[in-house]
Design a protein around this ligand. Structure first.
Ligand SMILES: Cc1cc2nc3c(=O)[nH]c(=O)nc-3n(C[C@H](O)[C@H](O)[C@H](O)COP(=O)(O)OP(=O)(O)OC[C@H]3O[C@@H](n4cnc5c(N)ncnc54)[C@H](O)[C@@H]3O)c2cc1C
Length: 467
C-alpha cells in the first residue's frame, strides 16, 4: 500500500488515519482552466458534491481544488462516526425547529448513513465501514436526564430506531463501570475516515472530476457573469462555485462572522490483545458517546485499537487554524486520564497517537447551506463537529442548487436559513472562551453527580446573546 511519505515532514503531525490510507498524489493547479463547476475543498462535502453532481449529470465539467491534500481537513482525521446528530441533541433539534422539521432533518441524515453504506459496497470503497449503531451512554444522573430527553424526543417524532439501555445492557455491549444507562440508535456506522475520503476522491475522478492538490485558492471574484478562482500558479473560470472549506470558511468575507473554528482532539491506543478485548467486549463495533457538553466519543478500529476523543474543545485566539495546533498537550493528558477512568480494566494499554483538527461551529449549532453571488456561489459547512454523514446530505443539497432543482432537501431547516452571526473579534474569542469554561464547569458538576440535566438557563441566555 502506498502511503504519504511526507505527511509528518510537511505538517509535523502524525494522523494514524492519514498514515494508513492508500495515497495517490494529484497534480497542483498550474493552468488556467474553464469548467462548469469548481469546488473549493476536498473533504467529504466537496467530494460528495462532485460525486452526486456527476452521477446526476455525467457531462458536467467539474474541478475540485484543495489547499493541501485530499482529506487533509477534518474529513481525514475524525472519529469516523457516520451518525445522525444535528444540533446539540435530538431533544434540542426538536425544541429549536419543531416536530416536522426535526423529523425530516433527522431522517434525511439517516438516509445518508444508509446511502453511504450502499455506495461503499457498490463502489468497492475499502474503508472498514462497520454499521454497528451508536450507543449514547450516561455516566451520571444528570447525563441520564439528557438521555431520557432524547428518548422522549424520539418517541414524540415517531422514530423507531432508538432503544433505551439499562446500565447492564450498555455494559453488555461495552464494559465500563461508569455507565449509568443509555440509549442505542441504529443509524450509525464507524469507518476509517481517510480511506473513505480518498475512496470518494477516486470515485469522483472515475466519474470525470478533475482533482488538484497543494493549490490554496487565494481569490474568488465575479467576472462577466462567471466566477474566477485564483491560486498561486493557476486559475479556474466556472459558471458556478461550491465552497466546501468548513472551518476554513472563517477566512472568507461571507463567513467570517458565521463560523468559528474549534479544535477537537483524539488519542489512539496501541492495538489491544485478545485478552484485553475480552475485558471490554465491544464485539458490535458500536460508536459510543457520552452526554457531557464536551462529549467523549470513542470507537474501536479495524486494526484493534481504541480511538478516544473529545472532553474539551479549543477555539484559538483570533479563530486561528494552523499545523502547530494539531496537538495540545493539556487536552491529550486529559484524554489519557478520562480513558483510564472509563476503562480501569485497560490500565495496561498504552497510547501511540494524538492529533486534532478544526471543525466549524455555527451560532445555531446547525450546518449552514446557502447561495451567494446571484446564484453563482453555493456553500455548505458548519457541522459543529458532526459532519461525516450530514456532509453527504448537504452535498445533495449543493447538487440540487447547482442544477437549479428544487427537491424536498431544499426545504430542510438548515438550507437557506436565517443565519445568525457571531460578534467580531476580540469579543468572539472572549465569548467563546467564557462559554467553554462555563460548559466545562457544568461538565465537572455533571461528572460529580449533579442533576444538571440541561444547560443552565443563565448560560443558555449568555450563549444566545452571542448570536
Ligand atoms: C478530531 C475530529 C474528530 C471528529 N469526529 C467526528 C465523528 O466521529 N463524526 C462526525 O460526524 N464528525 C466528526 N468530526 C467532524 C467532521 O470530520 C467534519 O464535520 C467533516 O469532515 C467536515 O467535512 P468538510 O468536507 O466540510 O470539511 P473538511 O474535511 O475540513 O475539508 C475542508 C477542506 O478545505 C480545504 N481548504 C481550506 N481552505 C482552502 C482554500 N483556500 N483553497 C482550497 N482548499 C481549501 C482544507 O484543506 C480541507 O481539506 C470530527 C472532526 C475532528 C477534527
Amino acid at each position: 500500500m502506498a502511503t504519504d511519505p511526507g505527511l509528518e515532514a510537511r505538517y509535523g503531525t502524525r494522523v494514524h488515519w492519514l498514515e494508513t490510507a492508500p495515497f495517490t498524489p494529484r497534480p497542483d493547479l498550474r493552468e488556467d482552466l474553464d469548467v462548469d463547476v469548481a469546488i473549493v475543498g476536498a473533504g467529504f462535502t466537496g467530494l460528495w458534491t462532485a460525486c452526486h453532481l456527476l452521477e446526476a449529470e455525467p457531462a458536467t465539467r467539474v474541478a475540485v481544488v484543495e489547499a493541501e491534500e485530499i482529506g487533509f481537513g477534518a474529513s481525514g482525521r475524525n472519529g469516523g462516526f457516520a451518525m445522525t446528530l444535528l444540533d446539540m441533541s435530538l431533544a434540542h433539534l426538536r425544541r429549536n425547529h419543531g416536530d416536522d422539521a426535526a423529523r425530516v432533518a433527522h431522517e434525511a441524515v439517516a438516509v445518508s448513513v444508509e446511502e453511504m453504506g450502499k455506495t461503499v459496497a457498490s463502489e468497492s470503497i475499502d474503508c472498514d465501514w462497520h454499521h454497528g449503531g451508536l450507543m449514547v451512554v450516561a455516566t451520571s444522573p444528570g447525563q441520564m436526564a439528557r438521555v431520557r430527553a432524547d428518548l422522549d424526543a424520539a418517541g414524540a417524532l415517531g422514530l423507531d430506531d432508538f432503544t433505551p439501555l439499562s446500565s447492564a445492557a450498555a455494559r453488555a455491549r461495552v464494559d465500563s463501570p461508569t455507565y449509568v444507562g443509555g440509549l442505542y440508535e441504529d443509524h450509525c456506522a464507524v469507518v476509517h475516515p481517510a480511506k473513505l475520503v480518498r475512496g470518494i476522491a477516486d470515485l469522483a475522478e472515475r466519474r470525470g472530476a478533475l482533482l488538484f492538490e497543494r493549490s490554496p485558492v487565494d481569490g474568488i471574484r465575479e467576472s462577466s457573469g462567471r466566477v474566477v478562482l485564483t491560486s498561486e500558479r493557476g486559475s479556474i473560470r466556472a459558471d458556478q462555485v461550491v465552497l466546501a472549506t468548513n472551518a476554513w470558511a472563517v477566512g472568507t468575507p461571507w463567513h467570517k462572522h458565521r463560523v468559528v473554528p474549534l479544535y477537537t482532539y483524539v488519542v489512539l491506543t496501541e492495538p489491544l490483545s485478545d485478552a484485553q478485548w475480552a475485558r471490554v467486549g465491544w464485539e458490535g463495533f458500536e460508536g459510543v458517546e457520552d452526554k457531557r457538553n464536551y462529549v467523549h466519543y470513542y470507537r474501536r478500529t479495524a486494526d484493534g485499537r481504541i480511538l478516544w476523543g473529545g472532553s474539551d474543545g479549543v477555539v484559538y485566539r483570533g479563530g486561528r487554524i494552523g499545523a502547530g495546533l494539531d496537538v495540545n498537550a493539556k487536552v491529550r493528558d486529559r484524554l489519557h486520564s478520562t480513558f483510564r477512568t472509563t476503562f480501569p480494566q485497560l490500565a495496561d494499554v498504552g497510547f501511540t497517537h494524538h492529533w486534532g483538527g478544526p471543525v466549524g461551529i455555527t451560532p445555531s449549532f446547525m450546518p449552514i447551506c446557502g447561495t451567494l453571488l446571484d446564484g453563482r456561489l453555493h456553500y455548505g459547512l458548519g457541522y459543529n463537529g458532526h459532519g461525516v454523514a450530514p456532509s453527504h446530505t448537504v452535498a445533495k443539497v449543493l447538487r440540487d442548487k447547482v442544477l437549479h432543482r428544487r427537491s424536498p432537501l431544499s426545504e430542510l431547516c438548515f438550507v437557506d436559513s436565517d443565519e445568525k452571526a457571531f460578534p467580531p473579534e476580540p469579543l468572539r474569542w472572549i465569548g467563546a472562551e467564557l462559554t467553554r469554561r462555563a460548559l466545562l464547569r457544568q461538565d465537572a458538576a455533571l461528572d460529580a453527580g449533579a442533576d444538571a440535566g440541561e444547560m443552565d438557563p443563565l448560560l443558555l441566555r449568555f450563549v444566545n446573546k452571542l448570536s
